[in-house]
Design a protein around this ligand. Structure first.
Ligand SMILES: NC(=O)c1ccc[n+]([C@@H]2O[C@H](COP(=O)([O-])OP(=O)(O)OC[C@H]3O[C@@H](n4cnc5c(N)ncnc54)[C@H](OP(=O)(O)O)[C@@H]3O)[C@@H](O)[C@H]2O)c1
Length: 324
């Protein structure tokens, strides 16, 4: 028996039930891991409240973690007991032990801790593909990153700045503004108090942005479109305030022949070589100091409900982990 956080019925944070679950011996192609740290993500909230559908009930919630290999199933040759590993995988992460397909694991380099590994595989890989694949950020670009002091936000601002871009961030409080400025933002906008479109126009002297990275969704739409220069790219990658409402494609024309995309990590690490390319690039960026990993909150796994309350009430900054 191991301990895990399961959802029996979708709902509020009270839907997170910490309980004993059985983990069978690993099947063909699977690895059994003992987890040392689990990443907390806004996506976990969407699965808990039903915005994103789990395949069935009950389900173990959570999407990224790091730990050590305890046993391997038939046919697994590239992982061995004692290996330090991390993963992004849809559901099953809020647990002290679990089985997972070996093809979804990556080995952690010596210089990456379990805690860092646990928050890099979803948040860090997302920032990797957003900045390197969805839109290739270059030194002459001006980028707008919403929720700049969040888990994705602080990593994205640091990396975009390191790539030479001019970075504008939006945040919900003065404390978060200081953090965002210390993590790569050239300018920060308090979007609860200020008209962020007007501020982007002012900061950019009406030249606007090449790309907007928007994980906030409903409350920053359609303002985000107005922050883009003609032929700019709207990257809608999340719904922290609720989903972007349906809109007429003519809006992209009205705002200057814009492009728009709604990407997800799974499509950018669809095969093992893409996963390893992303993880290698990401780990190298951490090891060579291009980005540091701000882990600002830690909770016991059994306190996952408290972690969700804090995340949803905008009380967290940077990344948070759960300790099994
Ligand atoms: N598509 C993908 O591949 C992918 C992968 C990973 C994550 N994501 C998305 O990326 C976004 C950030 O994820 P994260 O885990 O790093 O979370 P996070 O940014 O640490 O937390 C969400 C932040 O959103 C802001 N926010 C704005 N309106 C909000 C509202 N009504 N309720 C709650 N928060 C609100 C808050 O910052 P302020 O107080 O500063 O406003 C809050 O701290 C999420 O939308 C997530 O779904 C997408």
């Amino acid at each position: 028996m191991t301990k895990a956080v399961r959802v029996h019925q979708v709902g509020g944070p009270e839907a997170l039930i910490y309980e004993a679950v059985d983990v069978p011996a690993p099947g063909p192609g699977e690895v059994h891991i003992r987890q040392h740290a689990v990443g907390l993500n806004f996506i976990d909230v969407y699965f808990r409240n039903g915005l994103y559908k789990a395949p069935g009930l009950p389900f173990v919630i959570g999407n990224e973690a790091a730990g050590e290999v305890v046993a391997v199933g038939p046919g697994v040759t590239n992982f061995h007991p004692g290996d330090r590993v991390a993963y992004y995988y849809t559901l099953g992460a809020y647990a002290s032990e679990r089985n997972i397909p070996a093809e979804r694991l990556v080995k952690l380099p010596d210089h990456i801790t379990y805690e860092q590994g646990a928050v890099l595989m979803l948040k860090g890989l997302t920032v990797w593909y957003l900045l390197h694949k969805t839109f290739k950020v270059e030194p002459h670009h001006r980028v707008l990153i919403h929720a700049a002091a969040g888990g994705i936000g602080l990593l994205a601002c640091q990396w975009a700045r390191a790539m030479g871009a001019h970075v504008i961030g939006t945040v919900g409080s003065k404390e978060k503004a200081e953090l965002a400025l210390a993590n790569g933002c050239d300018h920060v906008i308090l979007y609860n108090d200020e008209d962020f479109v007007a501020r982007v126009k002012q900061i950019s002297r009406n030249e606007l942005c090449d790309v907007v990275y928007d994980g906030v969704g409903k409350s920053t739409f359609p303002g985000s479109l107005s922050c883009l220069k003609p032929r700019g790219l709207f990257v809608s990658f999340g719904n922290a305030s609720g989903p972007v409402p349906p809109f007429a494609i003519a809006e992209l024309n009205n705002h200057g022949s814009l492009f728009a995309t709604r990407p997800k990590l799974n499509d950018y690490i669809a095969n093992r070589s893409e996963l390893l390319e992303g993880a290698d690039t990401l780990f190298a960026a951490v090891i060579n100091g291009t980005i540091h990993v701000p882990i600002n909150h830690a909770y016991a796994l059994k306190d996952a409900a408290k972690a969700h309350i804090d995340l949803e009430s905008r009380a967290t900054t940077g990344a948070s982990i759960l300790k099994p």
